[in-house]
Design a protein around this ligand. Structure first.
Ligand SMILES: Cc1cc2nc3c(=O)[nH]c(=O)nc-3n(C[C@H](O)[C@H](O)[C@H](O)COP(=O)(O)O)c2cc1C
Length: 367
């Protein structure tokens, strides 16, 4: 197997990454519990060190600009992801670290140079999750009018096409698209190895998927455990569609891990932080942004109670044996890796590094 930047420089068949650590609370909508993730720099730095030395493959931040209020102001304190990644790349040796960048609000030349800088700092370990945005208050705060849904991906297509040329071509060029009109473009130095970084996207619409097929090396989809066949079919078809375009694409998924020495401890904690430990004021605000309110939704209470579970994606809860088994199940249906969140990325990472990753190695999923 080749092991360049698109394989995160290793032969692990199943890649494991941490997701959401640049945001306060990560992805767990919890009250101000003592263990709530504060996402201050020293904690992020310690998380990256533990993940790098512990054998994780990648770190994926969230592109988030505005918190959701509530007692915890869920995701109210966030680091901009390319500068965050650059700092962490400087402190690590082997792990891939991504930025999650909203295409419409970053000038492509500035973004290309920022990412090239990050990639040089990390000697080729920077990756990019391209997002086009959905959260209106974030864009209002920047004075930016969002385009209609599919046009966001049309714009992102031009944005990344121009950046790929900035990263790899020596010739001065003009770029004349429907949205971008760039004259006499030069950008030196080039990306490490003169290759675009690892590019990923997680669009669930047809426009989002088509964008990934054209441009990305990795695509995120949701794993549906009760219907594995649908995921198997999706992964096979998606990869075949990419091949028809002369491209290879890996499919990843996302979730949340609660790993404790015993299954009971893990299950008890999972139940706690998604029920009495949850910040329901912040949840009301998240729902309000999606126009779901008590006034317009008869089963509001039921929906509200489900948010702490739904928000963290697929739950992987249990002892190290349980967690390793659940990850192996995901690999078995064709998924190439997972980005998962933790409630606390510093206290919870060591057990996974010490007990779960070696089990995956014994199962043949990691080199
Ligand atoms: C793993 C994963 C990471 C994502 N990260 C972000 C993010 O950081 N910021 C953001 O605005 N959207 C993020 N999204 C949302 C997607 O980019 C996308 O907008 C969403 O899935 C809806 O799909 P669509 O844009 O095709 O309609 C993420 C989704 C997934 C599954």
């Amino acid at each position: 197997m080749k092991s360049g930047r698109y394989d995160m420089y290793n032969n692990n068949k199943f890649k494991v990454g941490l997701f959401g650590a640049n945001c306060s609370s990560g992805r767990a909508i919890v009250k101000n519990l003592p263990e709530r993730w504060r996402a201050d720099w020293d904690s992020c730095s310690e998380m990256a060190r533990l993940a790098d030395q512990g054998g994780f493959d990648f770190i994926l931040p969230i592109g988030r600009w505005k918190g959701y209020g509530g007692e915890s102001n869920f995701q109210g304190s966030t680091y901009e992801t390319v500068t965050w990644a650059t700092g962490l790349l400087a402190q690590t040796k082997r792990i891939t670290i991504l930025g999650t960048v909203h295409a419409p609000i970053f000038n492509p030349l500035v973004a290309a140079k920022m990412m090239m800088t990050a990639d040089h700092v990390g000697h080729g370990r920077f990756g990019l999750n391209i997002v086009v945005g959905w959260n209106e208050p974030e864009f209002q705060m920047m004075g930016h009018n969002q385009r209609e849904h599919d046009a966001r991906y049309d714009y992102a297509d031009e944005w990344i096409s121009a950046m790929k040329r900035m990263w790899t071509e020596d010739e001065v060029f003009d770029f004349d698209g429907d949205y971008l009109h760039l004259k006499n473009v030069v950008a030196q130095p080039k990306m490490t190895h003169r290759e675009p970084p690892l590019l990923i996207n997680a669009g669930s619409s047809d426009a989002g998927k088509n964008f990934s097929l054209r441009h990305c090396h990795g695509f995120f989809t949701n794993f549906v455990r009760r219907d594995p066949k649908s995921t198997i079919d999706f992964v096979e078809n998606f990869k075949a569609e990419a091949r028809a375009l002369g491209r290879e694409i890996n499919v990843f998924t996302q979730g949340h891990v609660v790993c404790r020495p015993t299954r009971k401890e893990a299950e008890d904690y999972y139940r706690f932080f998604t029920t009495e430990g949850a910040d329901f004021e912040a949840i009301d605000e998240i729902l309000r942004l999606k126009n779901v309110t008590r006034a317009n939704t008869p089963d509001y209470e039921e929906i509200r109670r489900a948010v702490p579970f739904r928000n963290i994606g697929y739950p992987i809860v249990g002892s190290p044996d349980d967690v390793a088994e659940k990850l192996a199940e995901i690999h078995a249906i064709g998924i190439s890796g997972i980005a998962f969140s933790l409630v606390n990325y510093v206290t919870e990472t060591p057990l996974i590094a010490q007990e779960v990753l070696p089990r995956l190695q014994k199962m043949g999923l990691r080199a």
